[in-house]
Design a protein around this ligand. Structure first.
Ligand SMILES: NC(=O)c1ccc[n+]([C@@H]2O[C@H](COP(=O)([O-])OP(=O)(O)OC[C@H]3O[C@@H](n4cnc5c(N)ncnc54)[C@H](OP(=O)(O)O)[C@@H]3O)[C@@H](O)[C@H]2O)c1
Length: 246
């Protein structure tokens, strides 16, 4: 019988993470997502995907903050299908921190979620991923460079995540491939985006003149985990050409 590989996605109950879960599920993978506050959405996704293929999806509650929370999530996850082949670090905090808003609380909140947790999860999953000759995909951001104005801590977190991607690619080779996918404007933030003139201004600087679809991110991830056997330490911008005009 053919092996069904398992993908673990952090923050996979909504938005881009959910689209990635659905797309990889449709591509034949078993899926485990984590959710923090989005229990309702996680349950709905569980019903949808398990209705399509029974016993192919599980959702684990995790509020990632520490080594302990990473260990607990891994312990629960490995019991579900008995194997994990891919780790996708998708969960993220995104809000502005102008210089006067910077404090230790916002630093810990954003840096821990976007940078510390991907490292601790990579460490936790390492033996299993090594056994499976698996891979890691970190969801970064085109604003690693140049930075997004008024988002000092977020920019630092994602720049760190790019550095982490390359460091892990080097240190976990030749067993595990580690790559990044950097979205441009895919889904507008749910927090206030200001008036729509801000959106228009962003769209005018995207070469393809539109936002991307969450599936565009999923397709890049599928390429990296399934077809890109000779690719590690890379970061793919999925931005409709936004970086051409930054
Ligand atoms: N949206 C875009 O256009 C865009 C652009 C550039 C980069 N990105 C990157 O792409 C990824 C997905 O973007 P998105 O907009 O879909 O993300 P998002 O909605 O901002 O966040 C995804 C999920 O992260 C989870 N999360 C946050 N902090 C957590 C914590 N401490 N512990 C556990 N879970 C936590 C939340 O889960 P719950 O809802 O369950 O609480 C949330 O639903 C992110 O890494 C983001 O930085 C997105």
């Amino acid at each position: 019988m053919a092996i069904t590989r398992t993908v673990f996605i952090t923050g996979g109950a909504r938005r881009i993470g959910m689209a990635v879960a659905k797309y990889l599920h449709a591509s034949g993978y078993n899926i485990i997502i984590t959710y923090d506050k989005s229990r309702h959405e996680a349950n709905a996704l569980s019903k949808t995907l398990n209705d399509i293929r029974q016993g192919s999806f599980a959702a684990i509650n995790a509020n990632f903050s520490s080594k302990k929370t990473c260990e607990a999530a891994y312990k629960k996850a490995i019991k579900v299908f008995g194997r994990i082949d891919v780790l996708i670090n998708n969960a993220s905090k995104f809000y502005p921190t102008k210089i006067n808003d910077v404090n230790e609380k916002s630093w810990s909140d954003i840096i821990d979620t976007n940078l510390k947790i991907p490292l601790l999860l990579s460490k936790e999953f390492y033996p299993e991923l090594k056994k499976r000759k698996g891979s890691i995909v970190n969801i970064i951001d085109i604003h690693v460079n140049p930075p997004l104005k008024d988002h000092i801590i977020y920019n630092v977190s994602k720049a760190g995540l790019l550095a982490l991607t390359k460091s892990l690619a080097k240190d976990l080779a030749p067993h595990i491939r580690v790559n990044g996918v950097s979205p441009g404007a895919i889904m507008w933030p749910e927090t206030d985006m200001g008036n729509s003139s801000k959106k228009k201004e962003i769209l005018s600087r995207i070469a393809l003149r539109r936002t991307g679809e969450p599936d565009d991110i999923a397709k890049a991830i599928l390429f990296l985990i399934q077809s890109a056997n000779y690719v590690t330490g890379q970061n793919i911008d999925i931005d409709g050409g936004r970086k051409l005009n930054m």
